[in-house]
Design a binder for this molecule. Structure first.
Ligand code: NOJ
Length: 973
């Protein structure tokens, strides 16, 4: 018989679950900052900050306690290795092997481990089964290339105090390693750009046994634990830590790693998503306009998040870049444990003589709770170099499914299969283009994933068929928590095969999420991934079809009754790694398992998966898209979305968007209009809404708003060829899909902090969505002295480099201007979905530069399979010089020699239909021009419009009739 105590505990748990659930279902009123740790509530954060404060308070006497043993140093094949030591309490020395790898790409990797733990020469407390080593497997999940060593790197000088290594070939890079104390300085062209440990904050908390102490009497006579270690250090957070009623048993004691990294002569730093706030990161040690807390990276379901905050969010990419005029450098901190980053800026030119005394440097201080220290250093010199080399290491954005670049219609929840069909029909009735409709958790039978609610989704097949008939897709949500009930095969299989995450006592971990009591699939376990694949087979997940795709949510993981709404850190994953070690990778591993499952749904079916994830880490860009989680239907959240999306782009994960319309609350119609116009410029464009919000599909708004939203969507759809081309560039070299000024114009320092306007790929389209109520014009900052035209009217803008130009923005339009010198593709026939546009002809828009020049490209493939990896794609380069507009294969391939598969064959009948030349030269003022293509010549009609008032001259050429994948040339004069 169960005791009443057990029962009351169960009731308490149940009650707290309903309280949490109740809160989650409430519209947002306030943020829940107090549910998440501040630095001084996180032991290692507090300790590392105290370490820094102590160093700062004793600058004249402070010296880092870490020293390299000169005799231990050796260099071979591009790798320099040595032992760093630190004298610890009993006079013993803790030893930390360091490896500095000079990579062929010019990137340097610095890894530091702890010898005692490498040797497993430690004891764990509480009988824990956790691994004894420091976690060193993050690279297995994150790094996919770029690791070739630079065997030409040379130690050009070494004595007992330092070693100088030259590397990077023509890039003239040098690493100066100082031995006592241990420091590294990274130089380019003889000048210092990045330093490690020059403030002496390097800190590896070595393993130590817990010495049990007598309890002491506190000030007020109560018995207290003595929290002073023998050497006087405060050990109150070494052995266990409690927060919000949860206690972390910390079987390995303190084990954090920290380092100060200075960007010498750089006043601004960027990156380290996911946070809200400006892309140019704020200082974090207080003061006017600064944060008081370090930026935190600890993937968490921050259910009502704060704006302009260093607080953690759902995902983490520990890549930071520093930019100054004509120079960019960066670091990637490869550590999956909870991480905090302090940023301060100081006027200090001491290390940068050429920049002068007034130079500001940004001094950062990074610390992670566990794991090895593992850092990649990028020496630029351009932002493009950083995104490219970072992508070489962590992988580039996957080529997306074509449909996923279209518009996604989502809400929590479409309530039945009939509801879905109805929305689909109405979108058609109102001629609103969309590609995908989404199902949130309510489609399942009592939150059991891989099932359908038998009443409301009784016929998923006919729902899928209707969507298919309209060229549309269905996305269903699958979360990592698996409902713990007896009659659910997914649960029983997972448990019987031992594929779930374990708790600290090595039993199956149980927590609460949407389904109530749940267990979590452990995707660090290869066997779990193999099993996960079986669940997506069409004959297992019945009702799914080839047009069903995926949404992975709650994968931080979100655990309603867990510490900070996630898993206890002392939980155990496959290989007995503690959750603490791998936390920030958790979302990526789940996303990865789903990716593998989706590519193997059916034998012989090789289609690109589309999977949206909420939680992510460096490398997640290879697997799909992300969104910024549970925002609010408010103007400030709309405004916040743009820097967030831009930051994702420069941080290697550009397939990003925010919930259009805002998740919580009910947006008014103007906000909806502006949000759709902004959403058109998110790489991932999905409308989503909370279960309590009113229905707000575009046709629900009524006129003129339905028309306004439709117009915005049409803009997106006509530009899909350009969007897809921008994704192609992201896929090839890591270029952001939407680009902030600092990335496109790295010589214009005033543009670096501008994060409310963006360029779309290489199109030269410069957009600045309106994000304020009752605002009907805006000022766009102009980064160069090129000419700019208004997108809709072809008005020649009165621009001046470095100045702002005012653009009108009535409620039905988004401020969008075109930079001269570009050629971008569109498809102009309005259709219901991107599938319906697949073989439509193209329009090319040519915006003539001030020098009479223009260029651009088009990439297209079947948008669905992996055939493009076998050369089944079209990549054209268009350029206009000397009054001749030409199209050639962008990669110099002999297109005729490529054996065409079905898509490429069908594309033979796809043409360039119209060419719109904006800023057209007067020589084009003629009735027709002649076009030559592959030995044939014909004429094309010209409709010329001379310049009028402030509108530029333009000409419309058509019907052009040139095959898209053939070479052609038109003389425009
Ligand atoms: C949390 C997600 O952020 C949200 O988008 C979703 O609607 C709910 N989970 C329910 O699945």
């Amino acid at each position: 018989m169960r005791s009443s105590v057990t029962l009351s505990i169960q009731w308490a748990v149940l009650l707290s679950f309903f309280v949490v659930l109740f809160c989650l279902l409430q519209p947002a009123t306030s943020v829940k900052e107090h549910d998440f740790k501040k630095c001084d509530q996180s032991g290692f954060c507090k300790r590392n900050r105290a370490f820094a404060d102590n160093a700062a308070a004793h600058t004249s006497t402070w010296s880092s306690p870490y020293h390299i043993i000169p005799e231990s140093a050796n260099f071979k094949n591009g790798q320099w290795q040595a032992i760093i030591t630190k004298t610890i309490d009993n006079g013993e020395r803790a030893r930390f092997p360091v490896t500095i790898s000079l990579l062929k790409s010019g990137v340097t990797r610095v890894s530091i481990d702890e010898e005692k733990r490498q040797r497993k020469d430690i004891n764990l407390r509480h009988g824990s089964k956790a691994r004894k080593e420091r976690y060193n497997e993050a690279e297995n999940w994150v790094i996919v290339g770029g690791m070739e060593l630079d065997i030409k790197a040379q130690v050009v000088f070494q004595d007992k105090s330092k070693a100088n290594i030259k590397y990077g070939g023509d890039e003239k890079l040098e690493a100066v390693i100082r031995f006592s104390p241990f420091e590294i300085e990274f130089k380019r062209d003889g000048e210092s750009h990045i330093t490690f440990n020059d403030r002496g904050l390097f800190n590896m908390e070595h393993w130590r046994p817990k010495v049990e102490k007598e309890q002491a009497e506190g000030e007020k006579g109560q018995v207290e634990e003595n929290t002073k270690a023998d050497n006087g250090e405060d050990e109150s957070t070494w052995w266990d830590e409690s927060f919000g009623g949860n206690t972390d048993s910390k079987p390995r004691g303190p084990e954090s790693v920290g380092l100060d990294i200075s960007f010498v002569g750089y006043e601004q730093v960027f990156g380290i998503p996911e946070h809200t706030g400006p892309i140019s990161l704020r200082q974090t040690r207080g003061g006017d306009g600064n944060h008081n807390e370090p930026y935190r990276l600890y993937n968490t379901d921050v259910f009502e998040y704060v704006l302009d905050s260093p607080m953690t969010l759902y995902g983490a990419i520990p890549l930071m870049q520093a930019h100054r005029k004509d120079s960019s450098v960066g670091v990637f901190w490869l550590n999956a444990a909870e991480t905090w980053i302090d940023i301060v800026k100081e006027k200090d030119g001491k290390n940068s003589p050429s920049l002068g005394k007034d130079t500001h440097s940004t001094r950062t201080h990074w610390f992670s709770e566990a794991g090895i220290l593992d850092i990649f250093v990028f020496m630029g010199p351009t932002p493009r170099d950083i995104t490219k080399k970072y992508g070489e290491l962590t992988g580039y954005t996957a080529m997306p499914q074509q449909f996923s670049v279209g518009y996604h219609q989502c809400r929590w929840n479409y309530i039945s299969d009939d509801d879905v069909k109805d929305v689909d029909r109405r979108m058609d009735k109102y001629k609103i283009p969309y590609d995908v409709i989404w199902l949130d958790i309510e489609y399942t039978d009592e939150k059991k994933y891989f099932t359908w609610d038998p009443h409301s989704f009784a016929d998923p097949v006919s729902m899928g068929e209707q969507l298919d008939a309209h060229g549309r897709k269905l996305v269903v949500i699958i979360d990592p928590h698996i409902k713990k009930v007896d009659d659910y095969p997914v649960s029983s299989e997972m448990l019987s095969q031992d594929l779930a995450v374990h708790n600290k006592d090595d039993e199956i971990y149980e927590g609460w999420c949407w389904p109530g009591s749940s267990n979590w699939v452990d995707c660090f376990n290869p066997k779990a991934n193999e099993w996960w694949k079986t669940l997506f087979k069409y004959d297992f997940f019945k009702g799914t079809r080839e047009n069903t795709f995926l949404w992975n949510d709650m994968n931080e993981p979100s655990v309603f009754n867990g510490p900070e709404t996630t898993m206890p850190k002392d939980n155990l994953h496959h290989g007995n790694w503690e959750h603490r070690d791998v936390h920030n990778l958790n979302g990526l591993t789940f996303h990865n398992a789903s990716w593998e499952a989706m590519v193997s749904r059916k034998k012989g079916e090789r289609r690109r998966p589309f999977i949206l994830t909420r939680s992510f880490y460096a490398g997640s860009q290879r697997l799909g898209a992300m969104w910024t989680g549970d925002n609010q239907a408010s103007w400030d959240h709309l405004a916040a979305s743009i820097p967030m999306v831009l930051n994702q782009g420069i941080s290697g994960f550009p397939f990003a968007g925010a919930d259009v319309g805002g998740f919580f609350g009910n947006p008014d119609k103007d906000l909806m209009a502006r949000w759709y116009q902004a959403g058109v410029f998110y790489p991932f464009m999905r409308a989503h809404a909370h279960i309590d919000s009113r229905r707000r599909e575009p046709y629900m708004l009524g006129e003129p708003y339905t028309e306004i939203l439709t117009k915005a969507l049409r803009l997106r759809y006509s530009l899909l060829p350009s969007w897809y081309t921008a994704f192609f560039h992201a896929n090839r070299d890591g270029s952001p899909v939407v680009r902030p000024m600092l990335w496109t114009h790295p010589s214009e320092e005033t543009g670096f902090a501008i994060d409310d306007q963006l360029f779309l790929g290489t199109t030269g389209l410069l957009a600045k969505p309106i994000v304020e109520k009752d605002k009907f014009s805006t000022d766009i900052w102009i980064p160069d002295d090129e000419v700019y035209y208004d997108y809709a009217s072809y008005k020649l803008m009165k621009t001046q480099k470095g100045k702002k130009v005012t653009v009108d923005a009535p409620i039905d339009s988004v401020p969008l201007i075109m930079r001269g010198g570009h050629i971008f593709p569109r498809r102009d026939i309005p259709r219901r979905s991107s599938a319906a546009m697949r073989f439509d002809d193209y329009t090319l828009v040519v915006t003539i530069s001030k020098d009479g020049f223009a260029e651009g490209d088009l990439y297209a493939d079947d948008g669905d399979t992996f055939e493009h990896e076998m050369g089944q794609y079209i990549h054209r380069k268009f350029h206009l010089t000397d009054n001749t507009l030409k199209s050639i294969d962008a990669e110099g391939r002999n297109v005729k020699s490529i054996k065409a598969g079905s898509w490429l064959k069908a594309m033979r009948e796809v043409y360039v239909d119209r060419i719109i030349v904006v800023g057209a030269p007067a020589t084009l003022n003629q009735k027709e021009v002649s076009i030559e293509s592959e030995g044939r010549t014909w004429t094309v009609k010209v409709d010329y419009h001379a310049a009028e008032k402030d509108r530029a001259a333009f000409a419309v050429l058509g019907r052009v009739g040139a095959r898209i994948n053939e070479d052609w040339g038109i003389k425009l004069a």
